[in-house]
Design a binder for this molecule. Structure first.
Ligand code: AMP
Ligand code: MG
Length: 311
């Protein structure tokens, strides 16, 4: 009796239901297991996460850069491992990481249901690959996970719209989607669809400097986002990468960023980087979608909610 009361008090304190959080964390376990098996079988090497580094992803929206004093140097907390992935291509041709990211997201993202301050992405990169190669990997990997969770979980724990989605997913060009649906095309389309779909050919202004232009000066990138259906929004971002020194430098400048901040990347590019393509898929967002939950902070233990003081 005393234990039950204690459990109830704890559940109330954390705003969690034991059975519900168990299902979410079990889903989290299975997603990681299936992804790892799938990638291992496909010849990928798992690289360990980098938590601190002098450089991290600049991102394309304002995110405060948390940093630590590292023997007098300014080391940032990882926002994504994009540059380390590119550098890893020197040693391996296929890599993945379960990469913990810290992004102190702006307050206006508080109610999207999709944003945490601390989350993990399965980040992967393939040497000499094209965008289409990694899109196929994503679709197959998602299918494997979906099949397993549909087998393993009672339907009361699953998104009612979940099914084995037809591959290949539909591809829609960013500018076409925007001209038809307006600025908010991503969410509008996501609500309209019952299958995941790709947004491709994203303009340079909407993305970071490291995704590759279709050709120098075109302003359109060889990249893509995967969007979940039923209103769940973005699942994946990825693309082919700029890897030549001159191109990277030019893109940094065009973005109005300071090349000195990316000196380590530029130095590596001078020595020689490989062409590559890759993507990142947010694990918590995947759990949220599979479980059919509105709020991402309800499916993970100790969520770091935007603007809130939590453990
Ligand atoms: P990005 O390259 O910024 O699009 O991040 C890669 C993926 O990580 C996204 O497609 C999401 O699945 C996930 N992600 C990005 N930011 C967040 C966040 N604040 N909270 C949870 N997941 C996120
Ligand atoms: Mg994105």
């Amino acid at each position: 009796m005393q234990n039950m009361l204690l459990n109830e008090a704890i559940e109330k304190y954390y705003g969690l239901n034991r059975e519900d959080i168990y299902a979410s964390m079990k889903m989290n376990t299975i997603i990681r297991e299936e992804m790892k098996l799938f990638l291992d079988m496909d010849g990928f090497i798992e690289v360990n996460p980098v938590i601190i580094s002098p450089i991290s992803d600049p991102l394309n929206h304002p995110v405060q850069d948390p940093w630590i004093d590292y023997y007098g140097f300014r080391y940032r907390l990882t926002k994504s491992m994009i540059f380390h992935k590119q550098l890893s291509m020197v040693f391996f041709d296929k890599i993945f990481i379960f990469s913990p990211n810290i992004r102190v997201e702006p307050l206006d993202r508080k109610s999207t249901g999709r944003h945490l301050v601390e989350f993990t992405q399965l980040d992967l990169e393939v040497r000499n690959a094209k965008r289409e190669d990694v899109m196929e990997i994503a679709e197959k990997m998602i299918e494997k996970v979906v099949r397993r969770v549909m087998e393993e979980f009672d339907i009361k724990f699953l998104n009612p719209g979940l099914k084995v989605f037809k591959r290949p997913y539909r591809k829609i060009k960013y500018l076409d989607a925007k001209s038809e649906y307006g600025e908010d095309f991503e969410l509008k389309l996501s609500k309209e669809m019952d299958e995941p779909f790709w947004i491709i050919d994203i303009p340079l202004e909407a993305r970071e400097f490291y995704d590759k232009e279709t050709e120098p000066g075109s302003g359109i990138l060889r990249d893509m986002d995967l969007i979940y259906p039923l209103g769940y929004g973005e699942a994946i971002s990825g693309g082919e990468r700029e890897y030549q020194y001159e191109r990277i430098l030019e893109r940094i400048k065009r973005k109005g960023q300071n090349p000195e901040e990316f000196a380590l990347l530029l130095e590596a590019a001078k020595k020689g980087l490989y062409p590559s393509a890759g993507f990142g898929i947010g694990i918590e967002r995947f759990v949220r979608f599979l479980r059919g939950k509105e709020d991402i902070s309800s499916i993970t233990l100790f969520p770091k909610k935007i603007g809130e003081f939590t453990i």
